[in-house]
Design a protein around this ligand. Structure first.
Ligand code: GZL
Length: 334
């Protein structure tokens, strides 16, 4: 483990507090910390969704002092500039590892080169980074977002056959997540492939829900007020699905497993699965946020001088009312 210079980190901490404001969370006096701890600097996207909160919790529950870690955490409030500043702060403080959950895929080459020049390995988690030189990060772990979209299209095709609606025109409203995020890119690609494969499926509207309930409620309510034909609302995460449902209910439009409008969602958080069990969401495609242990495994490999697998995809399923029970939902970790 790299010798961590406490006095330099303390000085950098003062700079960081000025630069990043209250976002930079730091444990009490570093002097009390055990010199042998592995210091991990984690740059998180924000707290925009239930999924993101669970992802943060997984990281904080993993990198604890009892397991030999000191975690430095920064919430970027979905701003890439803020993430870049946090990474520079971690470099100043000479952390042992940087973990980055990138808000979008591009714009990381320069700061990741600075980390590389400082000899600090970077592990990318959840969304991906697109960089010229993939030696700028040691490993990535996350979901196959295109596959998630394909899973949703496969299910929709089968569901329409089951309902005897597979030959009719079908109007799909697409609510996208944060533009440029891997989850948005992959899930959008899945829908676009589905639209290309089914000439009777029509894109009624493409809206930006930014992965949040509030924004999705606003844009879907506006669309419904225009009298647009809607048969399916394809929401790129659960919080967007909750916003769409809020708008549908306000307009008195029936939806879900027993209604007119089919709701497709992603993440399969506990709240999303509860809505699915209640018949409010027709399909919820799983996207695990529990990356803490997966990132720790990568760090342990690096500590042991091993080379972790570069891109590590997590296996995922999907849920409908038919394959859910209250007990199952209660027992899930998120
Ligand atoms: C997916 C993750 C997305 C979730 C959203 O891995 O990047 O960001 O689907 C979250 O809930 O905001």
């Amino acid at each position: 483990m790299r010798p961590v210079k406490r006095w330099k980190r303390a000085a950098a901490l003062v700079c960081a507090a000025l630069m990043l404001g209250a976002c930079a969370q730091k444990e009490p006096d570093a002097e009390e910390k055990d010199e042998n701890l592995i210091v991990v600097g984690f740059s998180e996207v924000g707290a925009e969704s239930d999924w993101r909160v669970a992802n943060t919790e997984s990281m904080k529950n993993t990198f604890v002092e009892e397991k030999g870690y000191e975690l430095m955490f920064h919430d970027a409030k979905q701003k890439q500039d803020s993430q870049i500043a946090a990474i520079r702060n971690y470099i100043l403080q000479e952390v042992d590892y940087i973990v980055l959950a990138p808000v979008v895929e591009v714009g990381w080459d320069e700061v990741l080169m600075e980390a590389k020049d400082a000899g600090i390995p970077v592990i990318v988690v959840d969304r991906m980074v697109k960089v010229e030189d993939d030696s700028l990060y040691a490993a990535w772990v996350g979901a196959d977002f295109r596959k998630e979209g394909d899973t949703a299209m496969q299910w929709l095709e089968e569901e329409l056959k089951r309902q005897g609606r597979d030959k009719e025109p079908l109007y799909i409203v697409h609510v996208q997540g944060t533009e440029g995020a891997s989850a948005q890119i992959g899930r959008t690609e899945g829908l676009e492939a589905g639209l290309s494969a089914h000439p009777n499926w029509k894109l009624a509207a493409r809206l930006s829900g930014e992965f949040t309930q509030a924004k999705t409620y606003e844009v879907v309510l506006e669309l419904l007020s225009q009298g647009t034909d809607v048969d399916v609302i394809y929401c790129e995460n659960d919080n967007s699905a909750f916003g769409a449902i809020q708008a549908l209910e306000e307009k008195g439009v029936s939806y879900g497993a027993d209604g007119d409008v089919i709701i497709i969602s992603f993440d399969a958080t506990r709240a999303g699965l509860t809505a699915c069990l209640e018949g409010k969401i027709n399909l919820d495609v799983e996207c695990s946020p529990l990356h803490g242990p997966r990132v720790e495994k990568i760090i342990r490999q690096l500590e042991n001088g091993e080379t972790p697998e570069k891109n590590q995809f997590v296996e995922e399923g999907y849920f409908t009312r038919e394959n859910l029970t209250e007990e199952f939902i209660t027992e899930r970790e998120y």
